[in-house]
Design a protein around this ligand. Sequence first.
Ligand SMILES: [Zn+2]
Ligand SMILES: [Zn+2]
Ligand SMILES: [Zn+2]
Length: 336
Amino acid sequence: MADNGEVEFPILCETCLGENPYVRMTREPRGQECKICTRAFTVFRWLPGRGMRYKKTEICPTCAKLKNVCQTCILDLEYGLPVQVRDAMLGQQDTVPVQASNRRDYVAKLENSVNAGLIDFSGKAQPAARQQLRHMARSEPYYKRNRAHVCSFFVKGQCNRGNECPYRHEMPDSDSELARQNISDRYHGSNDPVARRMLDRTAKRTDRLAPPTDKSITSLFATNLPENITQKDLHQHFAAFGELKSVIMVPKNSCAFINFKSRAGAETAAQAAQDTGCIVNGSPLKLTWGKSKPKGPASELAQKSKNTAAVPPPGSQTSSDLYPSQDPTAQGSSVK
Ligand SMILES: [Zn+2]
Ligand SMILES: [Zn+2]
Ligand SMILES: [Zn+2]
């Protein structure tokens, strides 16, 4: 039943479809075997815009629905992310058998429930994990991904087709890495170098939020503040994690110091940001831990100010605040 002729439109992400939603497609019933379940399915082909390469569906609609992925690029339909990234973040297991012969039966058995909409893929996701995925996702379709592949002869300096060459005469980039990946690996969410890189980046952000060994640090440093954010917004958001001593905004530098009364409050806030990102009024802020109280002379302080965007005026270290709140404007003006 993989191909009953009722399929009118493939399951595609916005990027693969291209800029024109009314793009003309050719349709070939039972045109190819699905790269996952090996059953014949209706293959669609189309050109997703000028200067792009022809695209076609690679897996059947049932396999796509089973994982909520695009039939062509195998990226998640909701977030545009590799299956491996999505499943790692959601703590989801791959349930489709890896052995091709078993895959066929597995998918065939699930076909009716999938088509009846009985399998709700995304319903299981935790709200916090969803938010983090949204944070990692691209907000716009990424049409560059549809460009012609890089010419392998050109890369070796051997292409003599010149302007007639249908491939791209450029050195390879990360897009071509995506193109080289094996579809089944990407579907199962394993061995995916692009996913690996994204997860590593997230892990690095996690490192950044690891509590510093200096237990006297009870402050977090927020950057990337949107223009419309107020001190009250920040106060409201962070007070949920622990009692605040002060919130000092430096609008000029789009940053703020969040000073907690206790270490526990700062740790709870950092943990929450690590788990779900730090979203205030719908805008993602970047959060790091505050630095240890500078001990050196003023010159060293000045040196540090180059790296930390804002620094307390010399002499203010006597306060127990990491970055004291008495004179926020002085903080802003001390920068640069
Ligand atoms: Zn399939
Ligand atoms: Zn796609
Ligand atoms: Zn070429």
